[in-house]
Design a protein around this ligand. Structure first.
Ligand SMILES: C[S@@+](CC[C@H](N)C(=O)[O-])C[C@H]1O[C@@H](n2cnc3c(N)ncnc32)[C@H](O)[C@@H]1O
Length: 240
């Protein structure tokens, strides 16, 4: 995590004033890579991709249990973790809910690297499919999206959530895992800093509970519940 912060995030923060003025990611200035394809810039070399994956993975050793226990997910057996990366959260999920299987959907090179370095053959409740958000999403009881919505614009988020709604079994749900801003955006400081971090690196930002609720209801989900975990990442559940 520290390596990723120093080699990537810190480089983008050099251009914070420009990011605020232009309202967009600074990857191009920091690395000379057009930021149109967000993850092409983040995965600009294999070493950087592995650093990023370790960064993602390490969070769930600290906060994963709080997230998977935020609600009782024992009724959900077929679970997809969309953009599930290294499988860090999937491991926490299957160790808490022994009857579940989690399939991780991510970019092909991420899936290959996760299988090589992060998820062992012994972890039989975790599967992978190499697929893109552009392709159909298979049917499931629960879709997890951890730190995905905060990467993208409202339009892309709605497009994705509507697609997930179509694939969600009746009675199933979608779990968003994100840091939350106070409704009046007065804090918490960590969430405000994360939001600036999203600005310098991505198309997205951090959001308030009511903004997530609106995204979910506009996509068809109902009974939205927000759970503050007391750790960095909180949980928002919508049902079909
Ligand atoms: C910020 S990371 C979050 C990773 C993981 N959910 C977590 O919280 O540890 C975003 C993830 O979305 C994946 N991703 C980006 N574009 C994607 C696409 N078109 N299809 C599938 N996954 C994608 C990235 O490879 C990355 O693993």
């Amino acid at each position: 995590m520290m390596m990723y912060y120093s080699q990537t995030i810190y480089m983008c923060w050099h251009f914070l004033p420009q990011a605020v003025r232009e309202g967009k990611s600074q990857y191009e200035k920091a690395f000379g890579i057009p930021s149109k394809e967000l993850f092409e810039a983040i995965y600009r070399s294999e070493e950087e991709m592995i650093n990023f994956m370790h960064h993602m993975d390490s969070t769930w050793n600290l906060c994963g249990k709080d997230v998977v226990q935020a609600f009782d997910f024992s009724e959900f057996h077929t679970v997809y973790d969309l953009g599930g990366c290294s499988g860090g959260l999937a491991k926490q999920f299957v160790s808490t809910y022994n009857d579940s299987t989690v399939t991780i959907m991510d970019l092909p090179k991420v899936v290959q690297t996760a299988k090589k370095y992060f998820v062992t053959d012994q972890e039989q409740q975790i599967h992978f499919i190499e697929d893109l958000f552009n392709d159909p999403i298979p049917e499931a009881d629960l879709f997890i999206m951890a730190r995905i919505i905060h990467d993208w614009t409202e339009e892309k988020c709605l497009e994705l959530l509507r697609k997930i709604y179509q694939s969600c079994r009746p009675g199933g749900g979608v779990l968003l895992v994100e840091v939350l801003l106070n409704e009046d955006r007065s804090g918490p400081l960590m969430s405000q800093l994360f939001s600036l971090n999203m600005l310098v690196q991505t198309e997205g930002r951090e959001r308030t509970p009511s903004e997530y609720t609106k995204l979910l209801t506009d996509s068809g989900f109902r009974d939205i519940q927000v759970k503050i975990t007391g750790k960095i990442y909180d949980a928002i559940l919508g049902r079909k």
